[in-house]
Design a binder for this molecule. Structure first.
Ligand code: HEM
Length: 234
């Protein structure tokens, strides 16, 4: 699949990146529902979604292990685009512009803006904490052999990390809906040239200036002759 195409837009997320992301998202939502059901009586009704209280308790840690695996694959693939760069500092300083719909004033950013990078790092911190504290609490495999103080610490850390991760997810989903065209990037994979130029100018410049990634249609338009290439997917 080509990276940039005048008609179809620019490839932002390839097939596997999208599938991987939605697997993480589905697991995360199921974990939130089952976790809340186990955590607080007001959410007890959610146990019905998993076949009752006992199945909810059994299934919750298994979903957690799957989510961690899928998330770690995603985290490795997205690592470089989430490293903070010098221009991110200016973007953070101008966050009020973003919140007040003055995004035309924001400095140009790469594939991800500083807000998206922050979300990535919070997930990268909280997911392993959730896994480790969750494993300590895993009945009957691990928890039964653990001292009471370890169970208390694990329960507190698990709840705190879950709170931070759920809050981050709410912000993540809200921003995805807020920035029109983002959801399409994660469902269809491609974004329009105008969207990429407007929201991620440095990334856009990188993509369109990368001759290896410009496909045949683009080459015909710009009337340049280059050898047939095999563009790679992100
Ligand atoms: C459940 C609902 C979710 C929705 C609707 C959603 C939506 C989206 C959308 C639209 C994007 C593309 C943003 C863009 O490229 O501009 C995205 C990217 C991303 N999402 Fe989600 N997401 C969800 C859950 C999650 C979860 C649970 C995680 C991790 C635990 C996650 C981690 C990421 C990451 C790491 C990126 C890529 C940005 C980057 O490279 O860091 N998402 N998501």
């Amino acid at each position: 699949m080509s990276h940039s195409n005048v008609k179809r837009g620019i490839l932002r997320y390839g097939w596997w990146s999208r599938t991987n992301h939605w697997l993480v998202a589905i697991c995360f939502v199921l974990l939130t529902l089952s976790g809340l059901a186990l955590f607080y009586p007001a959410f007890f009704g959610f146990t019905a979604l998993f076949g009752g209280p006992e199945p909810t308790r059994i299934v919750h840690p298994y979903i957690g292990v799957f989510m961690t695996l899928f998330f770690l694959i995603q985290a490795v693939r997205f690592f470089t685009s989430n490293l903070f760069r010098r221009h991110d500092r200016q973007w953070i300083k101008q966050m009020p512009d973003m919140l007040n719909n003055r995004d035309d004033r924001l400095p140009p950013v790469g594939k991800n803006n500083a807000g998206q990078k922050l979300v990535y790092w919070i997930f990268l911190l909280t997911v392993p904490i959730l896994l480790i504290s969750g494993v300590v609490l895993w009945r009957p495999w691990i928890a039964d052999g653990m001292p009471i103080w370890a169970l208390r610490w694990a329960a507190m850390i698990h709840a705190l990390a879950a709170f931070v991760a759920i809050l981050t997810l709410v912000i993540h989903v809200y921003s995805a809906i807020w920035v029109k065209g983002s959801v399409r990037a994660m469902t269809r994979g491609r974004v329009s040239h105008a969207w990429a130029r407007h929201h991620h100018k440095l990334w856009y410049d990188e993509v369109v200036n990368d001759r290896d990634h410009v496909d045949r249609e683009d080459r015909l338009r710009t009337r340049t002759v280059t050898p047939t290439d095999r563009p790679k997917e992100l």
